[in-house]
Design a protein around this ligand. Structure first.
Ligand code: SF4
Length: 295
């Protein structure tokens, strides 16, 4: 899932990294400058999770007001259920493979807490099994390839190099006005790439804000530059798995966009102000709050 293809590797080496080195990132937009503007949060009594700061499902951000001020909680829809399951499969499969636990799909499946997922198991089991098998095969292939070229490396070293990922890595975003229990989908510690997994085939420009936000948080804590981010789009349609990647340079423009979103949303919550609804045609019927706004 997070392994780069040959073409993506070439793009990284010959396009994105040279651009990042040449253009650079303004020093005030590095996460480690969290203590001064523009990174310093203006409203320091409010903390929000990354998915609320980076999502742009609602054009006016009314979803943020409804969730945090009106305390409206909506049950997950089937899109969200599949998203949750695929995230769990990708992270648990990677982690069990790295730890050589030999966790099988059937054992994993028995542990799913279906009351939290809100979907019938029989409607999604085939897709889930397919993603699990795919992940397992890709990990085996990466490990086998590296083992041939490094015959004297021990297993731990091979695993750490063939699958160089921190998955569901826990970070505190409090220095930037975020929750202190963030969980990063994946960070490639050899190439310093921040990944975010999306279970959808619809690409939106603002999807970049998730991995970019995590890159800023990572910089704020570890003081290590994260210049490259990637959104991974995963889908299973008609029995076929599709994985597409949007690999990009975390430049000043995107960093500023993320900060604008953060500031707007923290302000809505800090000042308890309803931003109102946009034109109804701009609201998607799959919006979690559609019935709240138009019910
Ligand atoms: S229904 Fe429209 S206004 Fe309400 S939260 Fe969703 S997108 Fe925003």
């Amino acid at each position: 899932m997070y392994f780069l293809s040959d073409i993506e590797q070439k793009r990284l080496l010959y396009q994105l990294l040279p651009t990042a080195r040449e253009v650079g990132v303004s020093k005030e937009l590095r996460g480690w400058n969290w203590h001064q503007p523009p990174l310093k949060p203006y409203f320091d009594n409010v903390k929000l999770p990354m998915y609320q700061i980076s999502s742009k499902y609602c054009p006016t951000n009314r979803d943020i007001y409804l969730r945090n001020i009106e305390k409206k909680f909506c049950p997950p829809n089937s899109r969200m259920a599949l998203g949750k399951l695929f995230h769990g499969i990708v992270s648990d499969c990677l982690q069990s493979f790295r730890q050589r636990q030999n966790l099988s799909f059937d054992v994993w499946w028995q542990k799913v807490r279906w009351q939290e997922i809100g979907e019938k198991p029989e409607t999604v089991i085939d897709k889930c099994r397919q993603v699990w098998d795919f992940m397992h095969k890709v990990c085996e292939a990466q490990l086998a390839e590296l083992s041939c070229s490094q015959p004297y490396a021990n297993e731990m070293d091979l695993l750490g190099t063939a699958i160089p990922f921190l998955v569901e890595h826990k970070l505190s975003g409090e220095l930037l006005g975020l929750s202190d229990i963030l969980s990063v989908d994946c960070f490639d510690y050899l190439r310093t790439i921040m990944f975010d997994l999306k279970v959808t085939s619809f690409k939106e420009d603002w999807h970049r804000l998730y991995s970019l936000g995590y890159a800023l948080v990572f910089e704020s804590i570890h003081e290590v530059p994260v210049d490259i981010c990637c959104t991974v789009y995963l889908g299973v349609e008609n029995g076929k798995i599709s994985v597409q990647k949007d690999l990009f340079f975390a430049n000043d423009e995107l960093r500023q966009w993320w900060l604008e979103e953060r500031d707007k949303k923290l302000e809505i919550v800090a000042e308890r102000k309803d931003p109102g609804k946009p034109e109804r045609s701009q609201c998607k019927e799959y919006c979690q709050y559609y019935n709240v706004c138009y019910g």
